[in-house]
Design a protein around this ligand. Structure first.
Ligand SMILES: CC(C)(COP(=O)(O)OP(=O)(O)OC[C@H]1O[C@@H](n2cnc3c(N)ncnc32)[C@H](O)[C@@H]1OP(=O)(O)O)[C@@H](O)C(=O)NCCC(=O)NCCS
Length: 208
């Protein structure tokens, strides 16, 4: 899920990010690259899809301007030191984003970063999310993000999102428990929803 940066969040990598080149990656079938302004239509298409509606926590995308606001936030994350967001694209069509993944860098004192991701529903069930997240996780734990103190990757999912839980399990994440009434959600503005908390530690084995 993608939230606005909390007012009290610490820019985690502010001293390094800006100065560091964006950590693009390639996998057998995919590229993980920096977002560009031209990705606005892809972002719009993905988040307008009806299958995505119950699964993400963004304000409804009523216009391309809403997609642009999200895109601007994503593009600014790395240079501002708030995190990293990769656009995911197929190798043969690197300009066409089919999803994204990334980490929010907060809670510096905990050594934890929060993973989130999305994939165009037209591209589900090909293993692309798994492949992209393996590369992202390797980048986090091999210190390419410039933060050797990262010891823990967290992910929060809604209990109504078994596909996401399945993905995290396949990547070796452990379910730690249910965070009760933890976060406001777009379809429950007056009530906080429960979220499952998952984690992968630097020392955990990652299934092949
Ligand atoms: C979560 C989400 C990314 C998962 O997408 P997905 O397509 O299920 O995940 P993957 O790309 O890893 O695909 C895995 C499936 O592809 C299959 N697959 C097919 N070819 C494959 C290949 N070559 N390699 C690996 N897996 C392959 C796997 O068997 C698996 O199928 P299964 O679910 O029936 O077991 C997607 O549902 C999504 O974007 N949800 C909305 C956003 C969201 O929920 N974010 C989470 C909160 S941050």
């Amino acid at each position: 899920m993608i939230d606005a940066l909390p007012a009290n969040a610490l820019p985690f990598a502010s001293a390094l990010a800006g100065a560091e080149p964006f950590p693009s990656r390639a996998t057998p079938r995919l590229v993980l690259r920096e977002f560009e302004p031209d990705d606005v239509r892809a972002v719009w298409r993905i988040f307008r899809h009806e299958a995505m509606a119950p699964l993400h926590n963004l304000a409804p995308m009523g216009s391309l301007d809403d997609a642009k606001r999200l895109l601007d936030w994503r593009i600014g994350q790395w240079p501002r030191g708030y995190g990293v967001r990769w656009a995911i694209a197929l190798r043969e069509r690197p300009l066409d984003a089919i999803g994204s993944c990334g980490f929010d860098f907060h809670r510096r004192s905990h050594g934890a970063i929060e993973l989130s991701y999305d994939l165009d529903p037209a591209q589900w069930r090909h293993g692309y999310a798994r492949e992209a997240l393996r590369a992202a996780i390797a980048c986090a734990f091999d210190d390419s993000l410039g933060r050797p103190e990262v010891t823990r990757i967290e992910a929060l999912t809604r209990p109504v999102n078994p596909r996401s839980a399945h993905l995290l399990q396949a990547l070796g994440f452990q379910r730690e428990g249910l965070l009760r009434q933890f976060r406001l959600w777009r379809d429950t503005p007056d009530e906080r929803v429960d979220l499952e908390c998952w984690s992968l530690l630097r020392v955990d084995p990652i299934p092949s």
